[in-house]
Design a protein around this ligand. Structure first.
Ligand code: PA5
Length: 446
C-alpha cells in the first residue's frame, strides 16, 4: 500500500530543474525533522507516534468506545480546530456523510464547541432532548473558549438528567496529562481522562486519543488506521524526491508556489472527503501561513463544485493549482441499467458503473483545467479503507512539516491565532483586559 504522486499534469508548467532545485532543502528539512533540530522540534512527537504510542491508553480508548456505544445513543464531541477536525474528517470519510442516519451498531456522533453559535448549539440540545448521551470534551490547553462554553452547558444538562455520579460516568476528558484547569477539574470530579501528548500539536493529533476515541465510538477500526500510518512512517523515509512520493509532492507544490501560484486547492471526487479537505486546510494553513508566506489552502469537491467554482478555476485569475486526491476502488460499485424509453438519452452508459463515469469526469476535468492553465498534482490512493486513510494522514502530516521547513517557517506553532482571542476577551470585559477594551471600543465606534 502507498500513496502515489502523478506529476504529469503539473510538469507541463514546470521544468525538471525547478523541481529538483528543492532536493537539498528537502534533505535538510528531513534531517531537521528526524533529528529534532528544526524550529518547533518540541512538537514532532507525531513522527513516531504510529509505532510509539501508549498501548495501555489505546486499549482504554477501545473499552471507553464500547461503553459509550452500549450505554448511549449519542456521543457529543466537544472541541475546536485540531481538537475536532481530524476525528470528524476520519468519521465522515470512512462512514460517509450520512453516518448518523446509518449508525445502527454504534453511537451517533455530533460535534459541538467548534463555534459560538447559539443556533447551532440549539440543534444539539434538540437532538439530545430525549436520548441518552455521553460527552467527550477535547482541549489540549483546557482553556479554549468555544469548547469551554459547550462543556459547561452540556455538563449541567448531564448532571440534571443523571445526577453527579451518573454524569461522571458519561463524561470523557481528553487534555494535557498534567497541566490546565480541565485536567484538574476532571480529576476532582472523577471523569475518565485521555492524554494529548506534550509533543503533539492540535493539528497533528488525530492519531492520538484526540481523534481515536470519537473515531472508535463511531465503529471505525482504529488498529487499521494506525497500521496504515505506521506503514507510511516506514516507507516515507528516503530523502530522494525520486524515491519518496511525499517529498516529490513537497517539491512540486513548492515549485508551483515559486512560479507565483499562491493557492493550493485540495480536490476530491468523493463527497465524503469534504471534512478531510477541512482538516487539510487547517493542517497546511495553520502550519505554513506565517511571516507573510505560505500557500493559501482552499478546497473543492468535484463534480459538485465544477457547477459553482468550476468557472473560476477554468477562466478566472491564474493564482492556483490543484492537488487532486483520488481513490482507485470506490466503496460501492453501482451500475446503470438499460431503459426501454431512454428519455434521458443515457442508454450509452448502460452497463457502466458510476465509478467509471466519475473517472471520466476526473480525466476530462484535469485536461480542461490544464488547458485553462491550472496545474494538477494527482495524489493516488488504492481504496477508501481505514489503513489507506491512516497512510494518507501521515503522508500529509509529513509533507506539511517538511514543506514548512523548506519555506523557512516553524510549521508547529500558531501565534496568529491569539490576536482574535485577545480582542474578544477584551470586548467581553474579561478581567485584566481593561486597557485593550477601551482602545478597541473606540475603534469600533468610529
Ligand atoms: O492546531 C492547533 O493547535 C489548534 O487548532 C488547536 O487545536 C485549537 O486551537 C484548540 O486548542 P485546544 O485543544 O487547546 O482547545
Amino acid at each position: 500500500m502507498s500513496v502515489k504522486i502523478k506529476t504529469n499534469y503539473a510538469m507541463p508548467f514546470l521544468s525538471e530543474g525547478e523541481v529538483s532545485a528543492f532536493q537539498q532543502k528537502i534533505t535538510d528539512a528531513h534531517k531537521a525533522l528526524h533529528e529534532k533540530t528544526g524550529a518547533g522540534n518540541d512538537f514532532t512527537g507525531w513522527v513516531d507516534l504510529p509505532v510509539d504510542y501508549d498501548k495501555e491508553e489505546f486499549a482504554r480508548i477501545k473499552a471507553a468506545a464500547e461503553k459509550i456505544k452500549k450505554n448511549n445513543e449519542v456521543l457529543i464531541v466537544i472541541g475546536i480546530g485540531g481538537s475536532y477536525l481530524g476525528a470528524r474528517a476520519v468519521i465522515e470519510f470512512i462512514k460517509g456523510q450520512c453516518y448518523n442516519a446509518m449508525a445502527d451498531d454504534c453511537a451517533k456522533i455530533y460535534f459541538s464547541g467548534n463555534s459560538i453559535s447559539s443556533s447551532s448549539f440549539a440543534e444539539i440540545l434538540h437532538i439530545i432532548k430525549d436520548k441518552d448521551f455521553a460527552v467527550n470534551v477535547i482541549s489540549k490547553s483546557g482553556t479554549t473558549t468555544e469548547p469551554a462554553i459547550a462543556f459547561r452547558m452540556l455538563r449541567e444538562l448531564l448532571i440534571e438528567r443523571y445526577g453527579k455520579e451518573g454524569a461522571a460516568d458519561r463524561i470523557y476528558v481528553t487534555t494535557d496529562k498534567a497541566k490546565g484547569t480541565l485536567k484538574a477539574f476532571a480529576d476532582k470530579e472523577g471523569y475518565e481522562t485521555f492524554v494529548v501528548p506534550d509533543d503533539v500539536g492540535g493539528r497533528y493529533s488525530v492519531l492520538t486519543a484526540v481523534g481515536l476515541l470519537p473515531i472508535a465510538a463511531a465503529g471505525i477500526d482504529i488498529d487499521a488506521l494506525m497500521e496504515g500510518a505506521a506503514e507510511a512512517r516506514e516507507k516515507l523515509m528516503p530523502t530522494s524526491i525520486e524515491e519518496n512520493d511525499c517529498y516529490k509532492y513537497v517539491a512540486v507544490r513548492n515549485a508551483l508556489y515559486n512560479k507565483g501560484l499562491k493557492s493550493e486547492m485540495f480536490v476530491s471526487y468523493e463527497p465524503c472527503f469534504t471534512m478531510m479537505n477541512e482538516w487539510l486546510k487547517q493542517l497546511f494553513g495553520e502550519s505554513e501561513g506565517k511571516e507573510n508566506k505560505g500557500l493559501f489552502p482552499t478546497s473543492a469537491i468535484f463534480s459538485t463544485d465544477l457547477h459553482s467554482l468550476g468557472q473560476y478555476i477554468q477562466e478566472g485569475e491564474r493564482i492556483l493549482f490543484e492537488s487532486v486526491v483520488t481513490f482507485d476502488k470506490p466503496r460501492a460499485e453501482i451500475y446503470l441499467k438499460e431503459d426501454s424509453e431512454n428519455v434521458d438519452g443515457l442508454n450509452f452508459l448502460a452497463g457502466k458503473s458510476m465509478a467509471f463515469v466519475n473517472e471520466k469526469a476526473f480525466q476530462g476535468t484535469v485536461l480542461a483545467h490544464n488547458d485553462g492553465g491550472v496545474p494538477n498534482i494527482i495524489i493516488e490512493n488504492e481504496d477508501m479503507k481505514e489503513k489507506t486513510l491512516g497512510y494518507l494522514i501521515y503522508f500529509f502530516e509529513k509533507a506539511c512539516a517538511v514543506s514548512g521547513y523548506v519555506l523557512g517557517i516553524n510549521p508547529f506553532d500558531q501565534p496568529g491565532v491569539e490576536s482574535y482571542k485577545r480582542n474578544m476577551f477584551a470586548l467581553l470585559g474579561k478581567p485584566g483586559y481593561e486597557k485593550e477594551k477601551e482602545a478597541l471600543e473606540l475603534r469600533l465606534n468610529k
